[in-house]
Ligand binder design. Structure first.
Ligand code: SF4
Ligand code: SF4
Length: 292
């Protein structure tokens, strides 16, 4: 079973809860799909087995020796990725491509009559895989400022599925990125179920409404965990009422518990650090419901 754990925003406790779900299985594959800020490896401290450079699309580079400085490529680039740079004499220009602005469309290679532009692989994205105490983990580090994060998430998921098949893992836990953008959709694609982790705040309610619309396009089985529900019981009721109206089971309501933070500091999951805490008891209900 492949379960995506998502949240409309950061700070809801999604990764802590993903870690608990992962630690409930004896042979699991964890895919950390937050390629901008992967953090599950910090908690699980895996023994690294693989480290690969991943190319995500291409970007343009200009050969300064062939370039006649006509400026045609700059005028055609819709993304303002070609930047004229003054040389030391202050008069002559050269044209450079800003990698982070380049969308890799390749138009500049077509309009340049000097064949001075070529497309090169947009690499520098690293895919890691390793073993940890409950199974295997796959995670990535996107080139800082780089694009195509959704594509990278797909590569991570494909690798996680391959490892799960080879190792006979019972479950894949996908720790999704925050938000509702492309990498979240990529996380949800093909998953058997999604667990939305939320908190009882106005933004929590607003986020779950937005996330519900996105998630139901990808996944049939949607569940909700309300974290820190006791900090605002009225708002927690509002979230429950939204879930009831839309047929989404609330599989756990977790009270605020400092043990979550203490467990992180100790690099343990909540079930490992404080197994008899109220929060751990609440999460066991979710684990039982999901049959992990
Ligand atoms: S179109 Fe070609 S020759 Fe003209 S500025 Fe661009 S790279 Fe240089
Ligand atoms: S590949 Fe496209 S986006 Fe990149 S510099 Fe060329 S025209 Fe601009």
């Amino acid at each position: 079973m492949e379960i995506a754990v998502i949240s409309g925003k950061g700070g809801t406790g999604k990764s802590s809860i993903s870690a608990v779900l992962a630690s409930a299985s004896e042979n699991v594959v964890v895919a950390d799909c937050d390629v901008d800020a992967a953090d599950m490896y910090l908690l699980f401290d895996p023994e690294l087995k693989g480290k690969e450079n991943i190319s995500l699309g291409k970007y343009a580079v200009i050969d300064d020796c062939k370039c006649t400085r006509c400026g045609k490529c700059k005028s055609f680039c819709r993304f303002d990725a070609i930047v004229p740079v003054k040389k030391n004499d202050g008069k002559n220009l050269s044209f450079n491509v800003d990698r982070l602005s380049c969308e890799g469309c390749g138009l500049c290679t077509m309009v340049c009559e000097e064949n001075a532009v070529s497309m090169v692989p947009s690499d520098g994205n690293i895919l890691y895989s390793g073993k940890f105490r409950y199974g295997h983990i796959v995670y990535g580090r996107l080139f800082p400022g780089g694009g195509n994060s959704g594509k990278f998430v797909d590569i991570i998921k494909t690798r996680a599925r391959k490892i799960a098949k080879e190792e006979g893992a019972g479950h894949i836990i996908l720790d999704g990125p925050p938000g509702i953008g492309c990498p979240v959709m990529s996380t949800l694609g093909g998953a058997d179920a999604a667990v939305i982790v939320t908190e009882p705040t106005i933004s929590g309610l607003s986020d779950i409404m937005r996330l519900f619309k996105v998630a139901k396009c990808y996944v049939d089985c949607l569940y909700v965990i309300i974290n820190k529900y006791d900090l605002n019981p009225v708002m927690a009721e509002g979230i429950e009422s939204f879930c009831n109206k839309n047929g989404i089971p609330v599989i756990a309501k977790i009270p605020f518990d400092k043990a979550f933070v203490e467990a992180m500091i100790e690099r343990k999951t909540l079930l490992e650090y404080a197994p008899s805490s109220l929060a751990a008891k609440g999460l066991r209900k979710a684990v039982e419901f999901l049959r992990l």
